[in-house]
Design a protein around this ligand. Structure first.
Ligand SMILES: [Zn+2]
Length: 300
């Protein structure tokens, strides 16, 4: 698709690009032109010109909401830097990397698909989509949710972290996991790429941390309950670690101490589902079946 190059199409100005080329040759802003074009649907098409010389292909992200323009540019720059260090990009390859750098929590996952442009200017573009999704799958919301968390982990103030986590939840509220998914994660860690891709767990827990840092403990129970409803199996492990590391001294920790997973699952999912892979124990006539989540909590 051809487009005019004027106004705000260039995300990094020519002086910035030249300055980086001369004084910061390791900065991807000097390696390419970064274009942002508003599509007919009002969403943004971000793509590069010139990266192919460095990493084999140029990159694009389609259907980007306008409010994520800056974060999308930062994501492309981080990916270009990573590709330069890891080697050339290839179509239909999967990517798992901590694009925010070491110590920036949850890794990002994506797949690169050859884009369908036939014009000479945009003929060698790779489209970023969510891992395993087809080229037509539009905006990679799961990738962006984890990318916003990486930005939130970068030493942000609690209010900034709260805003980024809320943005991540607005674009991807996460799906519910069945049964005991995540129960095997040591210490209830929240940086599992698989669990993050399905549930956006990191955004809920990041939001609780940002709220607790502002001493808004009761408010933090809301996103914690949403995380528990999505990953009931994980919740027991996380609760153990939380209560072992801190004495109960505020309403948030009290919430975890009094945790009733089945009640939360039933309330927030609309009806308490039977966990698909929960351990089933035979029970005699007249005896009530045991609550699998209660058993998990008691197991410790
Ligand atoms: Zn262009």
């Amino acid at each position: 698709m051809q487009h005019p190059v004027k106004g705000r199409v260039r995300l990094a100005s020519t002086p910035v690009r030249l300055w980086c080329r001369i004084f910061r040759p390791q900065d991807p802003r000097g390696w390419a032109d970064y274009h942002c074009v508003t599509a007919r649907n009002g969403l943004l098409w971000l793509h590069t010109h010139g990266l192919a010389r460095r990493i084999g292909y140029d990159l694009e992200i389609t259907d980007v909401p306008r409010e994520l323009r800056r974060e999308a540019l930062e994501l492309m720059i981080a990916l270009a830097r990573l590709a330069r260090s890891r080697g050339m990009l290839k179509p239909d390859s999967d990517l798992t990397a901590t694009l925010g750098g070491p110590g920036h929590g949850i890794p990002q996952t994506a797949t690169l698909r050859k884009a369908p442009h036939s014009d000479r200017e945009h003929g060698a573009l790779l489209r970023l989509v969510d891992r395993g999704e087809p080229m037509q799958s539009r905006f990679p919301k799961r990738l962006f949710a984890s990318w916003l968390l990486a930005l939130a982990d970068g030493g942000k103030e609690p209010r900034q972290k709260e805003a980024l986590c809320r943005k991540a939840l607005a674009i991807f509220p996460g799906e519910h996991c069945d049964g005991l998914a995540g129960a095997d994660l040591p210490d209830g860690q929240v940086n599992s790429p698989d669990l993050q891709e399905r549930t956006n767990l990191g955004a809920y827990i990041g939001l609780t941390e940002a709220l607790c840092a502002q001493r808004r403990f009761s408010e933090a129970c809301g996103p914690a309950a949403e995380a528990i409803a999505r990953c009931p199996g994980w919740a027991a492990r996380y609760r153990d670690r939380l209560l072992q590391s801190s004495p109960v001294r505020d309403p948030y920790l009290q919430f975890w101490k009094d945790l009733n997973v089945s009640e939360i699952v039933g309330r927030l999912r609309g009806a308490a589902p039977a966990p698909a892979d929960a351990p089933r124990k035979p029970f005699a006539f007249g005896r009530r079946p045991k609550d699998p989540y209660a058993e998990l909590l008691a197991r410790g």
